[in-house]
Design a protein around this ligand. Structure first.
Ligand code: ATP
Ligand code: MG
Length: 424
């Protein structure tokens, strides 16, 4: 046998039965988006590298060390597998002048790629659902995107997920804070790790986002951006807090919360759980009013979040809230291959009538086919036996209800009895 070829490290297959949980999640998300009137968008997985370098910021973990970038061998273009969803959606809105008639509320679902060290909750191909609300400057949209996460946690049957919020103010406010931040870190230069030393002058705010535990005391003691915010920024933040209060959503103001991308301003937030160990952030987002302009569009405000589907589903599995995987309504047993044309015609008619039918394939004895029928979880077995067929009928045997009786139904008109097979 040839040497087996394995999946790329950090990139995982999704197989049954786990895939059922995934489908349930996606269905739940789509229903949520309809309730909030967010529309689906899809952008390419590959983008021009400068979109991320410019959009996310040169001195960020993602751009400095996590991107899958390559040169298009056909034309030399620098390209990158998208590490996140916001830059691509904003680019698409600019490219198609999609905000010409007002704001847009959008969502996406799909794979993202980051070259990180694989571990629980951290993969090289992972998946996000995200929303972007573009063209709305007011804090009511900040509240909306945050509260739709809460609604999703409820729909998914998750317990408490903690909400952290902060305000990053505006670029000019950050400049004043930046000087104080540099002075603070410079006074403790010996305690900075190499990343922090390198970023001290290029992007000191990023140092606050460090994952290095040894740096935490220094980060804790750093001057807080909140103290540098002007009246307008504080007013926006207060308005958001008032709306969260009114909606009964608890939160913690976390002055250390800065997020990993440079495009954020004003509101930033993260949803965190204690049940997933080190990778406890299941969703993060914020406002990015400067991003449209940064990627070459007319200025327009924006806010959104990205949610790690693998992490959310890990949590779903832990709390055991997913419904059981769907099973077929009926399993068609065909003891003799000569009955197959009639069986195929009949199960097609049943499927057209909305019944989920698994057709036995591969022959075998009646007994082995019944075993398969049982294992499928179906509630009924359809038996296409020669006696039944000779009478123009199919036998329907209940598999899960010992009290129910076997019945025969006319092959001539499957639509007439199809609904009796449908699982509630
Ligand atoms: P972290 O701090 O855990 O590295 P992040 O701030 O880099 O996360 P974001 O860019 O904000 O993450 O992405 C939003 C969400 O996507 C995260 O909250 C997380 O749930 C998920 N996520 C990010 N990176 C990964 C990854 N490598 N594998 C799985 N999920 C991820
Ligand atoms: Mg990260």
């Amino acid at each position: 046998m040839a040497e087996p070829i394995r999946a790329v490290k950090g990139m995982n297959d999704l197989l049954p039965p786990d895939s059922a949980r995934w489908e349930w999640f996606e269905d739940t998300v789509r229903a949520l988006m309809r309730r909030y009137a967010y529309q689906f968008v899809r952008t390419p997985i590959v983008e021009h590298t400068p979109l991320f370098v410019r959009g996310l910021g040169e001195v960020t973990d993602i751009v400095e060390k996590e991107m899958y970038s390559f040169v298009d061998s056909m034309n030399g273009d620098p390209l990158t597998l998208r590490p996140e969803g916001t830059a691509g959606v904003v680019r698409a809105m600019v490219e198609h002048n999609a905000l010409y008639d007002g704001g847009k509320r959008l969502f996406y679902v799909g794979p993202m790629f980051r070259h990180e060290r694989p571990q629980r909750g951290r993969y090289r191909q992972f998946h996000q659902v995200g929303v972007e609300a573009l063209g709305y400057a007011g804090p009511e949209v900040d509240a909306e995107v945050i509260l739709m996460c809460r609604a999703l946690w409820r729909d998914l049957g998750l317990g408490e997920v903690r909400l952290d919020i902060n305000s990053l103010g505006q670029p000019d406010e950050r400049r004043a804070h930046r000087a104080a931040l540099i002075a603070h870190f410079e006074a403790h230069r010996d305690q900075l790790d190499t990343d922090a030393q390198r970023r001290l002058h290029s992007n000191p705010l990023r140092i606050l986002d460090t994952k290095n535990p040894a740096m935490q005391p220094l980060v804790e003691a750093a001057p807080q951006l909140m103290n540098y915010l002007g009246e307008a920024s504080l007013k926006h933040f207060d308005a958001l807090k008032a709306m969260l209060d009114a909606a009964g959503q608890p939160y913690r103001v976390n002055p250390r919360l800065v997020r990993g991308m440079d495009y954020y301003n004003l509101t930033v937030f993260e949803w965190v759980t204690d049940l997933l160990g080190a990778q406890g952030t299941i969703c993060g987002g914020g406002r990015y009013d400067g991003l449209m302009e940064l990627v070459g569009g007319k200025p327009a405000p924006g806010i959104g979040w990205g949610m790690g589907i693998e992490r959310v589903l890990d949590l779903v599995q832990q709390v055991g809230s997913a419904p059981p995987a769907p099973v077929p309504d009926a399993y068609a047993i065909v003891p003799d291959a000569t009955a197959m044309p009639v069986a195929v015609r009949t199960v097609e008619a049943l499927r057209a009538a909305g019944v989920a039918v698994q057709l036995h394939a591969g022959g075998g004895s009646m007994k082995s086919q019944f075993k398969k029928a049982d294992g499928s979880g179906a509630r009924h077995a359809l038996i296409f036996g020669s006696d039944e067929l000779a009478r123009g009928e199919v036998a329907i045997k209940p598999l899960r209800d010992a009290a129910a009786e076997q019945v025969s139904r006319a092959l001539a008109d499957p639509a007439a009895w199809a609904t009796s097979l449908r699982n509630a």
